[in-house]
Structure formats: C-alpha cells, structure tokens
Design a protein around this ligand. Structure first.
Ligand code: HPA
Length: 279
C-alpha cells in the first residue's frame, strides 16, 4: 500500500466514526495536551485504533484524536505527534496532517515546544511562526511523485499563511496577549543543540529551534491547506542561558503555560475557521 492509500484508509476510518468533519485541525506538541480538556462534546479516537497511525513513545505526548467544539468552533485536535527521531519516516510523521487534508480539513495549526535563541526572551513565551528552515535532512515530498497529494515542487513562500498571521496578531494585540514572532528551525534531534550550533543559527536569523513541525507544514501546503504555527518557548537554547537543557524542563514550562496557550489557540481556531469559511 502506498502512502496515499494509507492516508486514505485512515481518512475513511475517521469519516465513518465522525458525524462531521471540522474545517480546522490542531496538532499539539510536547506537554501541550491541556487543550484536550477544553473540547466540548468530544469524540475521542485513540491513534492505535486508526489504521496506519503511529503512537509516540515520548513522555508528554499522548496519542489520540479529539473532535468536538472549542468555544463553539468545530475542531479536530490531534493530541500528540510522532517524530523523525523516534525512527519514523517523514511520511508517518505527516500522516495526521495528510489524513486531515484528505478528510477536507482546510487549515491546520501546528504547535510545538521550542528553544528560544534570543537571550531577552523568557521561557514560557509564545511565538507565532513566521517562517521555517528545514534542517531535518529529509523532505516528506521525496520519493515517488504522488499527484493525488499535490504538486512535486511545492511553493513554500508564505508557508505560514500571512493573512491568518495578521488576524491572530491583531487578536493578540487586542486581547493584551504578548506574542513573539519569528523563524522556527526544524532539526532532527533528539540531542539538543551544541553552543556552536546555536551561535551559528542565531547568525542565520533563527528565533526558535525544535524537532518537529516542518514536515507537517510542507505536507499541508502540498495539499493546499492553510498553515499556522505556534511555538511555546519552553527554554532558552543551549548556551543562550547558563543552565543545561532537559526534557523535564521542557515539559514543566509547557505545563505552566498551557492555560494561557490554550486561550490563544482556542481564539485562533475561531479566527481561522471564520477566515476559511468565508473564502
Ligand atoms: N532544542 C530543540 N528542541 C527543543 C528545545 C531546544 O532547546 N526545547 C524544546 N524543544
């Protein structure tokens, strides 16, 4: 079975289990599962039950899909993702987003935990992703061309939808929500970066580093879905602050900001739903 057929099979399974398909999907990163408890009228489907879906082995990542409404807006919430560093190929890492796209979901909000490169930032801040650099050493579009997913040579100019970013920025400003913006660098991991790497990335204009998101953004753009990305800056990157990095710190900070972050995400889901509906 090829990757398109695998995603189609997962989509068919979900279509049977869901009474309707939301316009907006969210992928929740490390330690960011809080939003799940905010979903009203939830239908919960474990990843293990979805054909072809992989389950994360990383503490802080659950593995289920929750479909319901957030402050009245229908949403498809992927709680937990899998990563390249767990040994999965990019086609498995992107199955959630591709399956959502095949179901007819119009926009996806990708979230992650990330290390911040600006010494003036504080752990717990949230960054709206303006653009990415893919340094994971792979691209999900490599391999046999699959026109049913879309073009081979996908345009990534404004991969993170400029209009949606403007709307979210405006909301944050009006709500008094402090929101950083910047470039996310996707790395393979799972080791954190060296001081020398972080020094180099700062010169490149990187604002935050992480180990996810970029393959999903590429796959979503190939399918024509709108993309927004949010990083929770869980720590300052290696050498930017004095301390050492640990996954416990990442989870702890993510846990601390969940409530605030969830408010922004819930509002963003509403904003994005409205925007894709009127198009
Ligand atoms: N580097 C890479 N990935 C991360 C980090 C980091 O500092 N923090 C959370 N995810």
């Amino acid at each position: 079975m090829d990757w398109f057929e695998k995603c189609s099979q997962a989509a068919e399974y979900l279509r049977k289990r869901l009474s309707s398909v939301p316009r907006v999907a969210v992928v929740l990163g490390s330690g960011l599962g809080f939003l799940e408890s905010q979903v009203e009228g939830p239908t919960t489907i474990e990843y293990v039950d979805i054909p072809g879906f992989a389950v994360s082995t990383v503490p802080g990542h659950s593995g289920r899909l929750v479909v319901g409404t957030l402050s009245g807006t229908p949403v498809m919430l992927f709680c937990g993702r899998v990563h390249l560093y767990e040994g999965h190929p990019p086609q498995v890492v992107t199955m959630q987003v591709r399956t959502a796209g095949l179901l007819g979901v119009k926009a996806v909000l990708l979230t992650n935990a990330a290390g911040g490169l600006d010494p003036l930032w504080t752990p717990g801040e949230i960054m709206l992703i303006t653009d990415h650099i893919n340094l994971q050493g792979v691209n999900v579009l490599c391999g046999p061309q699959e026109p049913r997913f879309g073009e081979r040579f996908v345009d990534l100019t404004d991969a993170y939808d400029a209009e949606l970013r403007t709307l979210v920025r405006r909301h944050a400003r009006q709500a008094g929500f402090s929101l950083r913006e910047g470039v996310y660098l996707g790395l393979l991991g799972p080791s954190y970066e060296t001081r020398a790497e972080i020094r180099m990335f700062r010169q490149w204009g990187v604002d935050a580093v992480g180990m996810s998101t970029v393959q999903e953004a590429i796959a979503a753009r190939q399918l024509g879905m709108k993309v927004l990305g949010f990083s929770v800056v869980t720590n300052l990157a290696a050498g930017v602050s004095a301390g050492k990095l640990s996954h416990d710190e990442v989870k702890e900070t993510a846990g601390r900001v969940q409530k605030r972050f969830s408010q922004l995400l819930a509002a963003s889901v509403g904003i994005v739903d409205q925007a894709v509906r009127t198009r």
